[in-house]
Design a protein around this ligand. Structure first.
Ligand code: FPP
Length: 274
């Protein structure tokens, strides 16, 4: 049973939004494009990497709150294949921040039943990073609570290519293979997890950036101008509240609509509040 009163620690107006959340209708899976670290730092006259450093705090808080809200899965976009184009020092800092986060948080992940999964071609990273990540994936294997996915050296298109390659490999090994959505889904990095119900993007950009291209087919999308280092629990509550105000129709019609509601739904195909 979630103790709601313990979720709003500072009592700020944003945090108090938690009292308006219907805790029985939370999304099962939330995915986040964490954007705006560089701009956050530039606005303060700091080097870009300071934005990433501060962004780790937002990661910590979002993971902790997702676990306390008993979400099933949280997926964070930490490093894309395109991010290699950044200056070497920025890439190096990001890798170290990720490594340090995993190392420092490992015991807390285990204690809180959080299981770590990595999405992407993360085994191609520096061996010192791979070693820390492998150890953490192994140590959290028994976690039955929040499934924490960190997308690292990730590309949505590469994920679909990798899935196709694995399907062909199975077929070449003599397995019976049906090419359908279920088979493809089973070969994605996210196999076994529900698709994201809610995709959050910070810093106001209206892009998907090659993230979970297959899995977000029916996800609700919430974009905030808040930069990732400023994204804290209150902002997560705001996203969840907005999600709860949406009607999910999966291309169909809402059940049991009155004729006036149906007219409204046809006039406004997707309700977006906030
Ligand atoms: C985008 O901001 C953010 C990233 C490329 C990296 C995200 C990484 C972290 C938050 C830190 C480490 C992660 C974990 C999981 C511990 P940007 O640099 O593109 O910002 P900008 O658009 O303002 O330049």
């Amino acid at each position: 049973m979630i103790d709601r009163s313990k979720l709003a620690e500072s009592g700020s107006p944003e945090e108090l939004l938690v009292h308006r959340l219907d805790l029985t209708r939370l999304p099962r899976h939330v995915a986040v494009i964490m954007d705006g670290n560089g701009r956050w730092a530039e606005q303060r006259g700091l080097p870009r990497v300071e934005g990433h450093r501060s962004g780790v705090e937002s990661v910590r808080e979002t993971v902790e709150m997702s676990a306390r809200l008993e979400l099933e899965a949280l997926t964070l976009y930490a490093f894309s294949v395109e991010n290699w184009k950044r200056p070497r020092f920025e890439v190096w800092t990001l890798m170290n921040l990720i490594k340090d986060y995993v190392r420092k948080e490992l015991q807390s992940l285990v204690d809180n039943q959080i299981r770590l999964h990595l999405l992407g071609r993360w085994r191609e990273l520096d061996p010192s990073v791979v070693q820390v990540l492998e150890r953490a994936v192994d140590a959290t294997r028994e976690g039955r609570g929040l499934q924490l996915n960190i997308a690292l050296n990730y590309s949505g298109r590469a994920e679909i290519v990798d899935a196709c390659r694995n399907i062909v490999r199975d077929w070449a090994a003599g397995e019976r293979v049906d090419i359908d959505e279920e088979t493809l889904g089973r070969h994605l990095y996210t196999a076994g997890l529900p698709d994201p119900d809610l995709l959050i993007r910070t810093s106001g950009e209206m892009r998907i950036s090659n993230f979970l291209l297959w899995q977000i087919a029916y996800s609700e999308i919430w974009i905030t101008d808040t930069l990732w280092p400023d994204f804290r629990r209150g902002e997560l509550f705001r996203a969840l509240l907005d999600y709860q105000g949406r009607e999910r129709r999966y291309g169909g019609l809402v059940e049991q609509m009155s004729s006036s509601e149906e007219e409204e739904a046809l006039a406004t195909p997707r309700r977006h509040r906030g």
